[in-house]
Design a protein around this ligand. Sequence first.
Ligand code: ATP
Length: 316
Amino acid sequence: MTEAWRPDGEDERRGAVGPVRVRVPAKVNLHLGVGPLRRDGYHELNTVYHAISIYDELTARRGDTLALTMEGEGTGELALDDTNLVIRAAHALAGYAGVLPHARLHLRKQIPLAGGLAGGSADAAAALVACDALWGTGLSRDELAGIAADLGSDVPFLIYGGTALGTGRGEAVSPVLARPTSWHWVVAIADVGLSTPTAYRELDRLRDSGAAGAPLGSTDALLGALRQRDPRVLARTLGNDLQDAALAMRPALADTLKAGEAAGALAGIVSGSGPTCVFLAADAASAERIAAELTAAGVCREARVAHGPVAGARVG
Ligand code: ATP
């Protein structure tokens, strides 16, 4: 534990004096295996997370209170009070480290809200890393990931980034051994988000009524594909148990998936709980073409190209 930071005390020199800027990526699940519902209300997951180059940015400055402002995706829609994951993360770190939770935080959001890209979790991870630097609390990444796990299942992964296996409810993260390959993705963003808890409830309903597809099972084929460089091999191993639920709630997503494959994508899947669809492209030029065709076809609000894996929440 660290002693309380006092603005007028000796500890004033600790931490950053100028603004701290942290960039944090979105995640997609290359494999999202959803197991049984646990007694604590979470599902047991077996997932492979992958961080892609769509970023939120959080700037932290010294202040006399804790305050959050924002611009970009979700502005005017997303509450900036104590329910925001940025504020919750700042309080969690301050409580852990024994410092005052004082900072002026500004979020520039590019990750769409409720898109299945873990934008809120990314912002929580960014807040932990930014406030750690601002307050000079000097925690290790593993310590930050420990605090992150209480904020949300995807938050620890976004502290680390890269490609990683997630187990438990997704909060137990271990890095995946992979070749240093950069994969090319197209991310088709929908007009309106989908709620993650509702998607899980829909999956339970489909499973109870026998209408859900067979569960994905092992990640072995995917992990093998990640050790090679061939996107065609990787394409065959992508999978998401929540996809049926997302398609049941938003049937138009089937058109988005079809349009991406018709445009030359090697594979397309719903990202997490949706409604964002992600497509694997053979190379960067192909990704640009697919994104242009998806936009022209009017099957999404916006199609962006991205690459992965990228690092997790980082200062600079
Ligand atoms: P996941 O992929 O982790 O299931 P998601 O990408 O579908 O999440 P998010 O955008 O992370 O969805 O957020 C879901 C909900 O979390 C929002 O609708 C909002 O109520 C709440 N939330 C709290 N703080 C934030 C934040 N900083 N950014 C986004 N959402 C936030």
